[in-house]
Design a binder for this molecule. Structure first.
Ligand SMILES: NC(=O)c1ccc[n+]([C@@H]2O[C@H](COP(=O)([O-])OP(=O)(O)OC[C@H]3O[C@@H](n4cnc5c(N)ncnc54)[C@H](O)[C@@H]3O)[C@@H](O)[C@H]2O)c1
Length: 425
C-alpha cells in the first residue's frame, strides 16, 4: 500500500532511502535544515557524487523542504541525521535531538517513526522516547532500523542490504518490519528490543574497527621485521574457515567506523565498564596517518636525500576510494602533518575533492615531484601510477598509504617503494 513518507536528513543515508521509497510508489518528501541542499534536491541536482542519486533526481526532482511541518501528513517518518563525535571524541546527539524537537509539534497519532542514525544502546529509550513523551497524548510506533549503506559499493546498496529492526513495542516492530520489507529487496530481521537493534550496529562497526586495528598493528610490527604484511594476509586468507582478511592502511575514516566505537566507549563508561579493546583499536587506527607520514622520513634516510624542500605529491583526500566524502579522512590528517613541515613543498590532488586540491590535475602534481604519497586509492589515480609513469616523472620514492600500487614493478624501475607493512627497494 502506498505510504506518505517523510525523510528527515537528506544525506548519504536519507537521500538514497527517500529515492528508493519513491521508486516503490510511495509519496516521499524530504526535510533538511540545509537550505542549499534542499534547493539542489528540489532542482534535480545530486548534492554529492552518487550515480543512483544523480540518475533518480535527473528523472524527477525530489520534493523537499526546510520546514519541519511537512511531517504532518506522513504515515512514516525516517530520521537520518548525523551522529558525529566532538573534538574530544564524545558522542554529539545534538542533530538527533534538535531534529526530533523540530518535528515534535507536528507529529500525529499512529505515525511510524524510524530512527536510522547510528546510536549507542540506550539512546532510543533515554533520549528519543523522553522527547516524544513531551506530548503524552501521542501514540507513535517508534523503531530503530540502523542503516548499513556502504558508499561507493556497486554490489550492496540501500536496496539489497538486509536490515535489523527493533521497536519500543512489538506492534511498532511489526509495523516497521512491514514498511521496510515493502521498499527493500532484502530481509528485515526483527530484534527482541530496540536496544538490541542499536547494539547490532555498534557490534558490526566496532568489529570492523578492531579487525583493521589488528592488521594495522601487524603491519607496523612486520614493517620492523621486514615481512610483507599483504602477502602474509593473502596467504592466511587461503584458510577456508575462521579467517577473514582485513587490510592495513593509513587509517580509518568516514562517518561510521571511526566514530561509532566512541559512542559505545562512552556508553560503557557511563555504565561503569571500561572498553579497553575498543579504545586500543581507536588509538591504533588513529596512529596510522602519522605512521604513513613517518615513511617519508624513512625513505629520505634510506636514500640519503638532503634536498630541501622536497617536493611531495599527496594524492587522495577522500576517506575511501572513488567517493568525495572527506569526513574523518586519514588523508586530511596526513595533509595537516605534511603542511606543518618546512622541509617539504606539498602538492595535493584529489579528483573527487578539487576544492581542497592545490593543483588541477594528476599530471601537474607529478611534474617535478620527488616523492609520491598515495593517501586514497581512487581508481583513476592508481591506474595512472604505473611503474613506467613514476619512472617517467623521475619519482625517487613512493609511500603507498593503501598498499594499492605495484610494489614489485615500482622497485624493478629502481624506485624505492614503502607501503604500510611492506617495503621494496
Ligand atoms: N554515510 C554512511 O556511510 C553511513 C552508513 C550507515 C549509517 N550512517 C549513519 O547515518 C546517519 C546519517 O549519516 P549521513 O552520512 O547520511 O550524514 P550526512 O551528513 O550525509 O546527512 C545528514 C543530513 O542531515 C541534515 N540535518 C542535520 N541536522 C538536521 C536537523 N536538525 N533536522 C533536519 N536535518 C538535519 C544535514 O543537513 C544532512 O543533510 C549517521 O548517524 C551515520 O552514522 C551513515
Amino acid at each position: 500500500m502506498t505510504k506518505k513518507l517523510v525523510v528527515v536528513g537528506l544525506g548519504y543515508v536519507g537521500l538514497p532511502l527517500a529515492l528508493l521509497a519513491r521508486s516503490r510508489g510511495n509519496q516521499v518528501v524530504g526535510f533538511d535544515v540545509d537550505k542549499e541542499k534542499v534547493k539542489k534536491i528540489t532542482s534535480g541536482i545530486a548534492p554529492f557524487a552518487d550515480a543512483y542519486i544523480t540518475a533518480e533526481l535527473a528523472k524527477e526532482p525530489l520534493e523537499a523542504s526546510v520546514k519541519p511541518d511537512v511531517v504532518r501528513d506522513a504515515d512514516v517518518i525516517v530520521v537520518a541525521v548525523p551522529t558525529p563525535v566532538t573534538h574530544d571524541h564524545m558522542p554529539d546527539l545534538e542533530p538527533l535531538v534538535s531534529s526530533l524537537e523540530s518535528i515534535l509539534p507536528y507529529l500525529k497519532n499512529n505515525q511510524l517513526l524510524s530512527v536510522e542514525s547510528t546510536i549507542n544502546p540506550g539512546v532510543m529509550m533515554e533520549v528519543v522516547l523522553p522527547i516524544i513523551s513531551r506530548r503524552p497524548e501521542l501514540t507513535l510506533h517508534i523503531v530503530h532500523c540502523p542503516e548499513r549503506v556502504n558508499p561507493g559499493d556497486a554490489k550492496w546498496s540501500v536496496r539489497n542490504i538486509p536490515r535489523v529492526i527493533g521497536g519500543l513495542t512489538p506492534e511498532a516492530t511489526r509495523a516497521g518490519k512491514d514498511f521496510y520489507e515493502s521498499i527493500l529487496d532484502a530481509p528485515v530481521k526483527a530484534m527482541d528490543s530496540v536496544t538490541e537493534a542499536e547494539a547490532v550496529k555498534i557490534l558490526e562497526n566496532t568489529f570492523r574497527d578492531i579487525n583493521i586495528a589488528f592488521v594495522n598493528e601487524m603491519a607496523k610490527s612486520f614493517d620492523a621485521l621486514g615481512i610483507d604484511v599483504k602477502n602474509v594476509i593473502e596467504g592466511a586468507a587461503t584458510k577456508p574457515f575462521a579467517f577473514m582478511p582485513h587490510y592495513p592502511g593509513n587509517g580509518v575514516g568516514g562517518h561510521c567506523i571511526s566514530v561509532d566505537p566512541y559512542y559505545m566507549i562512552e556508553r560503557g563508561r557511563q555504565a561503569g565498564f571500561d572498553h579497553k579493546f575498543l579504545q586500543l583499536a581507536r588509538d591504533i587506527n588513529n596512529s596510522m596517518p602519522e605512521f604513513a607520514v613517518s615513511l617519508l622520513d624513512k625513505g629520505m634516510q634510506k636514500l640519503h636525500i638532503q634536498k630541501k624542500p622536497l617536493t611531495v605529491a599527496l594524492l587522495g583526500l577522500a576517506y575511501k576510494k572513488d567517493i568525495d566524502d572527506i569526513r574523518e579522512s586519514p588523508a586530511l590528517e596526513m595533509k595537516e602533518l605534511l603542511e606543518k613541515r618546512s622541509d617539504i613543498s606539498l602538492r595535493i590532488y584529489d579528483p573527487h575533492v578539487l576544492h581542497l586540491s592545490t593543483v588541477a590535475s594528476l599530471e601537474e602534481a607529478l611534474i617535478g615531484a620527488d616523492v609520491v604519497m598515495l593517501a586514497t586509492n581512487h581508481t583513476s589515480i592508481c591506474e595512472a601510477l604505473t611503474p613506467e609513469n613514476l619512472k617517467k616523472h623521475n619519482i625517487q620514492f613512493v609511500v603507498d598509504g593503501k598498499n594499492a600500487l605495484d610494489a614489485d614493478g615500482i622497485a624493478q624501475m629502481g624506485i624505492l617503494y614503502l607501503g604500510i607493512g611492506r617495503t621494496r627497494s
